[in-house]
Design a protein around this ligand. Structure first.
Ligand SMILES: NC(=O)c1ccc[n+]([C@@H]2O[C@H](COP(=O)([O-])OP(=O)(O)OC[C@H]3O[C@@H](n4cnc5c(N)ncnc54)[C@H](OP(=O)(O)O)[C@@H]3O)[C@@H](O)[C@H]2O)c1
Length: 206
């Protein structure tokens, strides 16, 4: 069985998007700065399942390649899905994508759709994603989904691409987690161009 892991870009003060995000401005005001590291290097890396080509440092390219090859399914939230217009029908990595929502947008339900809309919660979405992923990892994206996964004890690994900026406002990744400390073990720190890649194992209660 693979891991359940995040892979998000975050500002040093903890935001994964600036304020007032929406389809016109997917990462909010000032938030586009977060993704600059995807074009700040000299090594091309094509995001599987899409036409997107990043230009990153060689070490970032290797890290992305190794992480992406392990991912067998993706769980995200309805806001991210809407803001990206369902990635134009091509979700990142080209893997089956489970969108947690209270409602099902029927226009996205068709034979061969990469999207499954899950209306009975994050645990169910992760369970369905794990079944599809098999031995591979399940990637969970978006703040609300990561927070619910942490609270439910579903997350095995936190991977953060840390960007040296203080955004000051926006969507925080680590909040609504209650007041009980959650212990992490640092397993990797790698410096890229304009980004520091941090990986932590979530230590679970025995
Ligand atoms: N920096 C990065 O690497 C990165 C990566 C991904 C996304 N982002 C950004 O993150 C932001 C979106 O994150 P977010 O946390 O605001 O939103 P989100 O997690 O994408 O979506 C939240 C929505 O998902 C649905 N949902 C969540 N939990 C649910 C549950 N248990 N049951 C039923 N429905 C549930 C609800 O939508 P409904 O009630 O409408 O169904 C909720 O409003 C965007 O700005 C996006 O661009 C950043």
């Amino acid at each position: 069985m693979g891991k359940v892991s995040t892979g998000l870009t975050m500002s040093l003060d903890g935001f994964i998007a600036g304020p007032n995000d929406g389809p016109e401005r997917p990462l909010g005001e000032g938030g586009e700065r977060l993704f600059e590291w995807y074009s700040s290097g000299d090594t091309e890396y094509r995001l599987p399942g899409t036409n997107m080509v990043f230009k990153v440092s060689p070490q970032s390219a290797q890290l992305l390649r190794e992480a992406h090859i392990r991912i067998g399914a993706f769980v995200t939230g309805r806001r991210t899905f809407e803001i990206t217009n369902g990635w134009g029908g091509n979700p990142p990595l080209g893997v089956p994508t489970f969108v947690v929502s209270h409602t099902v947008p029927q226009e996205w339900v068709y034979e061969g759709s990469p999207f499954t809309f899950v209306t009975d919660g994050v645990e169910s979405a992760v369970e369905q994603a794990k079944e599809v992923a098999g031995e591979k990892d399940v990637a969970v994206g978006a703040a609300s989904i990561v927070q619910q996964c942490i609270r439910a004890g579903l997350l095995d690994e936190i991977h953060i691409d840390l960007v040296p900026i203080l955004l000051g406002a926006g969507i925080r990744l680590f909040e609504h987690l209650g007041s009980t400390p959650i212990e992490l073990e640092s397993t990797e720190v790698m410096e890229g161009d304009g980004v520091t890649h941090l990986t932590y194992r979530v230590l679970k209660e025995p």
